[in-house]
Design a protein around this ligand. Structure first.
Ligand SMILES: Cc1cc2nc3c(=O)[nH]c(=O)nc-3n(C[C@H](O)[C@H](O)[C@H](O)COP(=O)(O)OP(=O)(O)OC[C@H]3O[C@@H](n4cnc5c(N)ncnc54)[C@H](O)[C@@H]3O)c2cc1C
Length: 306
């Protein structure tokens, strides 16, 4: 029998799409890729996903979603989709050497937050290091934090954190910012935000509990100093994981998959959900919501073929 729905990615978007399509008796298969459970498996406490009175660990939340999908009969394959041909219907996909066809595909492959590449980043993630102020800012109430970046998202993150934290130090390696003048002006006007340029973060200091400070280097004199902070927010952008699909699926100039009418791509049988098509919000709950939309739209597409 023709595979009806193939879902790519097992983050909140993909697993939600799997839950919905499984309950619609569409027998979805979901491909996990290299990071089963998606980005939330790299964090500690999640406090803003509804349904849990106490904070839930990111990996636990994704394990629960996986178990829910499995209970509904979803087949989860631990492989990456390496190639696609979306030029004809049914769609053709490859997982390694295995080639198969599917009536529809839901792309829920996420966007990877860029990090600075400093030593010990991975072990300090969620223990002082973060790539998302909306997600983690709350844990730094009345604390001193640093934001690194020079674009609009660095300004946005700094402004957001200024409402929660005692002090925000915004570090950028150049004196000029890529951010829009209005966003920069807003941040400059804010008493709690201190600009530190042209400096680059070059090392992380920590103790048993987590991050304690960041070593920064002046980009002209190369003098260094260590600034004691409780948190470092890296606001240097995301890389959407769309490369495998972009020969067929339209993306914007940053690589985010373009969608219209909720989750429709330029290819009628292909839907996109979650961070891969959302340059704006990038939250687990919005990704899950888009996964639901993609599932229902894929279901309607299949029903219309009958
Ligand atoms: C450190 C950290 C903390 C965060 N904290 C919070 C928080 O507290 N609250 C919150 O709401 N959000 C938080 N976020 C954001 C949240 O994790 C994302 O918004 C959410 O995970 C996006 O879900 P997604 O399903 O779109 O994609 P992702 O979670 O990114 O999942 C993408 C999936 O696609 C798979 N994949 C990619 N390419 C392929 C391929 N070619 N073939 C097969 N599979 C593929 C990956 O392996 C992965 O399974 C945090 C993010 C980070 C990095």
């Amino acid at each position: 029998m023709q595979q009806l729905v193939t879902i790519i990615g097992t983050g909140p978007a993909g697993l939600t799409a799997a839950i919905y399509t499984a309950r619609a008796a569409l027998k979805p298969i979901i491909y996990a890729g290299l990071q089963h459970g998606g980005q939330l498996t790299t964090t500690t406490e999640v406090e803003n996903f509804p349904g849990f009175e106490a904070p839930i660990l990111g990996p636990t939340l994704m394990e629960e979603m996986t178990k829910q999908a499995r209970r509904l009969g979803v087949e989860i394959v631990s492989e990456e989709i390496s190639k696609v041909d979306f030029s004809t219907e049914p769609l053709t996909l490859w997982a390694g050497d295995k080639q198969f066809t599917s009536t529809t595909a839901i792309l829920a492959v996420g966007a990877t937050a860029r990090t600075l590449g400093l030593p010990h980043e991975a072990e300090l993630m969620g223990r002082g290091l973060s790539t998302c102020a909306t997600c983690d800012g709350f844990f730094y109430r009345d604390k001193k934090v640093m934001v690194v970046g020079g674009g609009d998202s660095a300004m946005e993150e700094s402004l957001y954190l200024s409402k929660i934290c005692s002090e925000v130090i915004l570090v950028h390696r150049r004196d000029q910012f890529r951010a829009s003048p209005i966003m920069e002006a807003r941040a400059r006007k804010n008493d709690k935000i201190q600009f530190l340029t042209p400096y680059q973060a070059i090392d992380l200091q920590s103790d048993r509990r987590g991050l304690t400070g960041v070593k920064v280097e002046h980009q002209v004199s190369h003098k260094t100093k260590t600034i004691n902070v409780d948190g470092l927010f890296m606001a240097i952008g995301h890389t959407p994981n769309s490369a495998v699909f972009s020969p067929y699926v339209d993306t914007d100039e940053h690589g985010y998959i373009k969608v219209t009418d909720f989750t429709r791509t330029n290819i009628a049988a292909v839907f996109a959900a979650g961070d891969i098509s959302d340059p704006h919000f990038k939250q687990a709950v919005t990704a899950a919501g888009m996964g639901c939309q993609a599932a229902l739209q894929a279901q309607r597409y299949i029903e219309a073929l009958a």
